[in-house]
Design a protein around this ligand. Structure first.
Ligand code: FES
Length: 86
């Protein structure tokens, strides 16, 4: 992990999550790699295909274009954790 790590605090699928992650990591990579929530996928990584779609604070966002907000206590994510991984 680079020295550009940030502390994060958020709620994912109703569960409180805290940790320290690389500031450059996207939301979809964080969900998949760090939380093992593999329902959202990485496809084009350009915001076009929608494979990485996640709901954040009620808004549909592209997880490949979204970085985590440091210490964002209000950030609430819904990831499709029940879908099988490809
Ligand atoms: S991976 Fe295609 S829109 Fe995010």
């Amino acid at each position: 992990m680079s020295n550009r790590a940030i502390n994060i605090s958020l709620t994912v699928n109703g569960e409180r999550v805290q940790g320290r992650v690389d500031a450059r990591k996207t939301l979809v990579d964080y969900l998949r790699d760090d939380l093992s929530l593999t329902g959202s996928h990485v496809g084009c990584e350009h915001g076009v295909c929608g494979a990485c779609t996640v709901r954040v604070d009620g808004e549909i966002v592209r997880g490949c274009l979204t970085c985590k907000r440091p210490s964002s206590n209000a950030m609430r994510c819904s990831a499709a954790s029940a879908l099988p991984a490809c």
